[in-house]
Design a protein around this ligand. Structure first.
Ligand code: PLP
Ligand code: ZN
Length: 423
């Protein structure tokens, strides 16, 4: 296909995708690589024939599916090409009794996406976006990234035999740069913030026949995040929790997790209980959505990002407005966590549950602590925390590291040192 943007595709029969629709004015579109409404510039969203899913999709059929996010194919935009699947999803949901006790909660679960192929939740969105990209005939995968997306795009593109060109802020964590360039694609560092990177990519996307996963393919990309909600519900025994805590950068993850929980109800896979209270987590160094929530504002004001949680450093969140709406309508709240609490959150999760998360996870755990302390989450609410990335990519957040003690290789010296340290 020479002009991917002009292509219109029929969905694969395994999927109930019926088209795209504008979130603002409701205008319908065929399935194309398009993300903005021609009439009002509103964002486009994938639409499904949920009645058909309700009739044809059962819990048993899903349970018999693959141990990956693609077990939910009926509720994903499956198009014509072979899927780009390197094993994203179906990550563990673990009970977190020691962290729960420390925070004063009765039932707490951790859904850790550190176990994904490139160790963050971004593998979910990229698996869907690149599957769509291949269906549309694109040969080059691209993105504007705060780090984890670059890793996921480079890895999935490599496995699909596609070229990749990713754009990142040049001051990204070295581990995130290494975990991108190792896959052999092109990495372009921009001397500026993520918001600068994003603006440049929006211009490039208009000029090049590339699949920018979080721009022209954004409607497909975003759907991948729903699988976190699907998995949580299935892993809880086909029911929804009372509350979920979600880190917020562009706001896409939070918006789609809320949508995912609603869709399960709409297709009859979970009991029609109370809806899930959806809570957001941001770092104070970049908390435009938390600030709008706190002030009661309807819209999100742009900020200049200065946070060590680089994966959340988006000062102009594309879906911030929708994330706000989801949080408010579900009875949730959005916490803005002091920068100084991020490291404490990382250490708290590691110390209590043996899970080493990145700075975004430190923000999420600290946000949970704050939400419980302020009464936004009650002790008896069954709560799920989404841990979206791994700590090995953001080692700098822990400051200088060294062993507890260093001694000569003699038993005597070891015994004396142990007496000191273990005292
Ligand atoms: C990208 C990212 C998020 C948030 O993603 P949005 O959908 O842009 O809000 C959360 N956690 C981690 C680790 C991420 O990389
Ligand atoms: Zn519109």
């Amino acid at each position: 296909m020479t002009d991917p943007n002009a292509s219109v595709l029929l969905a694969d029969p395994r999927s109930a995708v019926s088209g795209l629709r504008c979130r603002e004015c409701g205008q319908s579109y065929e399935i194309t690589a398009q993300h903005a409404c021609e009439f009002c510039f509103g964002p486009l969203e994938v639409v499904y024939d949920l009645e058909r899913v309700r009739e044809t999709c059962s819990r048993a059929a899903i349970e018999a599916g693959p141990p990956s996010m693609w077990r939910y194919a009926p509720l994903l935009p499956v198009l014509s090409a072979e899927r780009v699947d390197i094993g994203a999803g179906w990550t563990r949901l673990r009970q977190a009794p020691r962290l729960a006790a420390e925070l004063g909660l009765h039932k707490l679960w951790i859904k850790s996406d550190a176990g994904n192929p490139t160790n963050s939740f971004k593998d979910r969105v990229v698996s869907v976006a690149l599957s769509a990209a291949r269906s549309f005939g694109y040969e080059v995968a691209a993105c504007a990234s705060t780090g984890n997306l670059a890793n996921a795009v480079a890895a999935h593109a490599a496995a699909a035999g596609m070229e990749s060109v990713v754009f990142i802020p040049a001051d990204l964590e070295p581990a995130k740069i290494a975990a991108t360039s190792v896959y052999g694609g092109t990495v372009v560092g921009i001397d500026g913030s993520y918001d600068d990177v994003n603006r440049l990519c929006a211009q490039l996307a208009g000029e090049r026949p590339w699949a920018f996963v979080n721009m022209n393919l954004r409607p497909f990309y975003a759907e991948g995040s729903k699988t976190l909600a699907f998995e949580v519900a299935e892993q809880l025994g086909w029911r929804r929790p009372d509350a979920v805590v979600v880190p917020v950068a562009s706001g896409s993850l939070l918006t789609k997790v809320a949508k995912g929980f609603r869709e399960l109800d709409a297709v009859g896979l979970v009991p029609a209980s109370e809806s899930v209270a959806v809570h957001g987590a941001q770092a104070e160094g970049c908390s435009p959505v938390a600030a709008a929530f706190a002030s009661g504002a309807r819209d999100v004001q742009t900020v200049r990002a200065h946070t060590i949680a680089k994966s959340l450093a988006i000062g102009t969140p594309a879906d911030g407005h929708y994330a706000l709406e989801e949080v408010r309508s579900s009875g949730g709240a959005i916490a803005g966590v002091p920068e100084g609490d991020i490291e404490a959150g990382i250490r708290l999760l590691a110390r209590t549950e043996g899970i080493f998360t990145e700075t975004a996870g430190g923000v999420t755990v600290s946000a949970l602590e704050q939400l419980v302390r302020q009464g936004a989450i009650a002790p008896d609410e069954e709560t799920v925390v989404l841990i979206t990335g791994i700590g090995l990519k953001t080692l700098d957040a822990l400051g200088p590291v060294s062993p507890s003690t260093t001694v000569r290789p003699s038993l005597d010296a070891v015994e004396r040192a142990l007496e000191e340290v273990l005292r």
